[in-house]
Design a protein. Structure first.
Length: 218
């Protein structure tokens, strides 16, 4: 198992502002798989990472054939990287980055009481590296790909699409979810976790792992 800090995340490279498009991040994933000789991996991505995984698997915006992956798990990906629609989330993140760690830890414990302490630690670790300008660039550059719904309809690999509760911060409206389920090929499976926030793997860890395991064992 490999857990990648994609460009602009964690201790990975800080590419120039304007170079955080989904295709560029997908090319990073392809380069990583090629360098390590990883064959037919299961790609698992959350949020922006799920959008990157989708672009990687479909080969969108690339003249090269996509890598061969065994399956794909998309955890509450955005329907579209829209700066306008995600303005509130961006502002909240920028405010969180600026808070003292002890204050932010208290807020997370209050808002997300079900989170494991390790999840809080990992999020705080990510915030230590976070740069508001890069956050802005991730969304702005990613929006150039447009709606990700057409890419879902182009999938040829087994895929699990997981939706969080929109009332808890999930990114999919009922209308968008219904549309996605209509266009997804037969090789795809959808799961809704009604008690999950956008951070599905943190807020509903056991249910998330169960869904992934059941999908992987098919």
């Amino acid at each position: 198992m490999f857990a990648l800090d994609l460009r602009g995340h964690g201790a990975s490279v800080r590419a120039p502002i304007g170079s955080y498009g989904l295709r560029k991040a997908a090319d990073d994933v392809v380069s990583f798989l090629t360098a390590l000789g990883v064959e037919e991996p299961m790609l698992v991505g959350h949020s922006w990472g799920a959008a990157v995984a989708l672009v990687t698997a479909t080969g969108a915006e690339s003249e090269q054939l996509p890598p061969t992956v065994s399956s794909l798990v998309l955890e509450d990906p955005p329907v579209m990287m829209s700066p306008k629609l995600q303005r509130e989330q961006i502002n909240d993140l920028i405010k969180a980055i600026a808070l003292p760690e002890i204050e932010l830890r208290e807020i997370l414990a209050m808002v997300h009481p079900s989170w494991h302490p390790d999840d809080v630690d990992s999020l705080l670790e990510g915030f230590r590296y976070a740069d508001p300008a890069i956050v802005e660039s991730l969304v702005r550059d990613g929006s150039c790909t447009g709606s990700l719904l057409p890419l879902l309809g182009q999938l040829t690999v087994r895929t699990l699409l997981i939706r969080a509760n929109p009332l808890r911060g999930g990114l999919w409206s009922d209308e968008e979810w219904a549309h996605a389920r209509r266009i997804l090929p037969a090789c795809c499976t959808t799961v809704e976790l009604h008690n999950a926030s956008h951070d599905v793997h943190r807020s509903q860890f056991n249910q998330f792992i169960q869904a992934v395991r059941e999908f992987a064992e098919i």
